[in-house]
Design a protein around this ligand. Structure first.
Ligand SMILES: *[C@@H]1O[C@H](CO)[C@@H](O)[C@H](O)[C@H]1NC(C)=O
Ligand SMILES: *[C@@H]1O[C@H](CO)[C@@H](O)[C@H](O)[C@H]1NC(C)=O
Ligand SMILES: *[C@@H]1O[C@H](CO)[C@@H](O)[C@H](O)[C@H]1NC(C)=O
Ligand SMILES: *[C@@H]1O[C@H](CO)[C@@H](O)[C@H](O)[C@H]1NC(C)=O
Length: 580
């Protein structure tokens, strides 16, 4: 069911992306209507003197470059200053057209000595753009914007300069201001904002990944991962009375079966110790411990895979293939390949696994997952059915089979399969949770909520993790989806979800959405960042980081009295548009 989960988090993300895209207040997001037209601003054309100035009226040096000394300027009347500065600007424009940017700068600089006109700063900044002098572009556009706060051309130009020097935050502030001045109706500005936000988030995530030390995901994620494996209790006859690597391997498998956060962390360490004890770096396949060393390497590989270390995971597996590979070894390699979207190699490995062991339920189940992901539902169903037969303790084979049957439009048959699963796993919270998802998809909200409640209750009664916080997250998503007044209830559920599963990124990103609606920006930022830290998926990291950064921009906008006043004004205009 991972897919249905990803699906949901994508939906949540999509909702926030709309709010985040414009990086504006949540309330605005609800009120703004796309059909409202922005009042077109009349262009105030500066009344240009029609007279052509052939001869320069201002002094120039021997190279013809304008030179205005303090004394000369002091002696000018206001009218003369106006005339001279206009002449300098026109001549600067001519130089610019000629691509003589450095010369043009001299003219605009002289014009600015006579008059602090935002247009002159703007003109000079255009020269700096051509010279790729981003710092000066920023200086001049800033001066222009100070004189004329809604100077769109300069705001856009400054945002591009900020982006060039990778000051994405200020670039986004400018783009947001542009979006506000344009009444939120300019799609091209929104597109730029989106692109900048994404670029920034990518940069942040790439920097952070370098610093982050590998860590296991949430216990419920590991639980469902190992839940789809047939775990042997004492492979090769090892027991608690064994010694050395054997004992460590035995203890590790026991810990995995505990299915708790601490259990997984301890198992991870024990497996590493077992690998050392078996001397996996040097052991040969003739060694009597070779089979057990292979198993230790398989687990080591799986833990590394779970920690998003695919290269290290593949390395361990390569060592295992040099020892005594079994069907299981192929299954694990296939899973790692499938995760890298290498479905062809993955299927080949599954075929190999099934050839070696026609009763390997894991191979059937995971091969089924790939057929499912590639959209071949009929074959997927066939494989899940075989997985049910060969590994009847794999609850996910039952759930997937029921869900796919539903997706194939066989509602009654799917209900029967859920009933069958419920009878087989009466205390498992998974069944009501995923059955609830199905009901929710069918639009039966009350029945879905009831299933989620049951799932949450069953989970509470278990000593270990299965669905973890999922039923609570599902419940919260459902009640807040159609009913904006139920945010408090959703919030309560999600806070509980965060407590139950301290590593659930989904719980955090969901809670962030809710507190965002309640305008608790600081908490939302924290939660988005925690979620970005927690998820192992790169794209999800980028997305959560985008939300965090968009929320920070929102916060800055709210602290800016000019922009907030403008937002209020735009909203008033749009409300007038709605009720003419
Ligand atoms: C200078 O500003 C004027 C008025 O905005 C504009 O028409 C002209 O194209 C600008 N020139 C340059 C080089 O940016
Ligand atoms: C949208 O914004 C861009 C960049 O500021 C600008 O070039 C364009 O003219 C704007 N379009 C509308 C319809 O206002
Ligand atoms: C969790 O514990 C229950 C009861 O002890 C057990 O039946 C179940 O198999 C365990 N679940 C997992 C995923 O380990
Ligand atoms: C996210 O992780 C970074 C380290 O990679 C840490 O500095 C930061 O405090 C974490 N943020 C949250 C909100 O947990």
């Amino acid at each position: 069911m991972e897919n249905s989960l990803t699906q949901r988090s994508k939906t949540l993300i999509a909702i926030a992306a709309v709010a985040g895209a414009a990086a504006i207040g949540a309330s605005l997001y609800y009120y703004s209507t796309p059909s409202v037209e922005t009042p077109k601003k009349k262009k105030t054309k500066s009344k240009k003197k029609e007279e052509e100035i052939k001869q320069t009226i201002y002094p120039v040096d021997k190279n013809g470059v304008p030179t205005l000394s303090e004394d000369v300027i002091k002696g000018l009347t206001d009218k003369q200053k106006e005339e001279w500065s206009m002449a300098l600007k026109e001549d600067g424009n001519a130089k610019f057209k000629n691509q003589q940017f450095k010369e043009a700068i001299e003219y605009y600089t002289s014009a600015l000595q006579l008059k602090e006109d935002p247009v002159f700063y703007s003109n000079r900044s255009a020269c700096y753009v051509s010279l790729e002098d981003h710092e000066n572009v920023i200086k001049d556009t800033t001066a222009a914007i100070k004189l004329k706060p809604d100077y769109s051309k300069c705001i856009l130009r400054r945002s591009q300069a900020y982006e060039k020097i990778e000051n994405y935050v200020d670039a986004m502030m400018d783009l947001t201001a542009l979006s506000i001045y344009g009444g939120f109706s300019n799609k091209s500005v929104e597109g730029l904002l989106d692109k900048t936000l994404k670029k920034f988030a990518l940069k942040l995530v790439e920097e952070k990944i370098k610093l982050q030390k590998p860590d296991l995901p949430s216990a419920s994620a590991i639980g469902s991962f190992f839940g789809a494996f047939k775990l042997e209790t004492n492979p090769e006859g090892i027991s608690e009375n064994s010694e050395g690597g054997d004992k460590l391997l035995f203890e590790a498998i026991k810990k995995i079966k505990e299915n708790t956060i601490e259990g997984y962390n301890e198992a991870d360490k024990l497996i590493e110790q077992a690998c050392e004890a078996y001397e996996v770096l040097t052991i040969s396949k003739e060694n009597p411990s070779a089979s057990k060393a292979t198993i230790a390497l398989e687990y080591s590989s799986l833990f590394k895979f779970l920690k998003s270390l695919p290269i290290e995971a593949s390395g361990d597996l390569a060592k295992a293939f040099n020892l005594k590979p079994t069907a299981r070894t192929y299954v694990i390699r296939a899973i790692i390949k499938a995760d890298q979207n290498n479905f062809n190699d993955a299927q080949n490995d599954f075929k190999q696994a099934i050839k070696l062991d026609g009763e390997n339920g894991d191979a059937y189940y995971h091969a089924g997952q790939i057929y499912y992901l590639s959209g071949d539902l009929d074959t997927a169903l066939e494989y899940y059915e075989k997985a049910k037969v060969h590994n009847p303790s794999n609850i996910f084979a039952f759930i997937q089979s029921a869900c796919i049957t539903y997706k194939l439009g066989k509602i009654k048959e799917s209900e029967d399969k859920f009933t069958e699963a419920k009878l087989k796993f009466p205390t498992s919270p998974e069944i009501p949770n995923y059955y609830g998802e199905l009901l929710s998809d069918r639009g039966d909200v009350p029945a879905a909520l009831k299933q989620f409640e049951t799932a949450a209750r069953l989970q509470k009664a278990l000593p270990n993790f299965s669905v973890g916080a999922l039923p609570l997250i599902n419940q919260a998503a459902l009640i807040s989806r159609d009913n904006l007044e139920k945010f408090d209830e959703a919030e309560k559920l999600l806070r509980e979800a965060c407590e139950i599963d301290p590593k659930s990124e989904l719980a955090r990103i969901s809670l962030a959405q809710v507190v965002l609606q309640k305008e608790s920006l600081d908490e939302a930022i924290d939660l988005f960042e925690e979620s970005a830290n927690l998820t192992k998926n790169f794209d999800e990291k980028v997305q959560a980081t985008q939300f965090a950064e968009a929320t920070k921009i929102q916060k800055r906008i709210r602290a800016d009295p000019v922009l907030t006043a403008k937002i209020a004004e735009v909203m008033r205009q749009q409300m007038v548009g709605i009720n003419p």
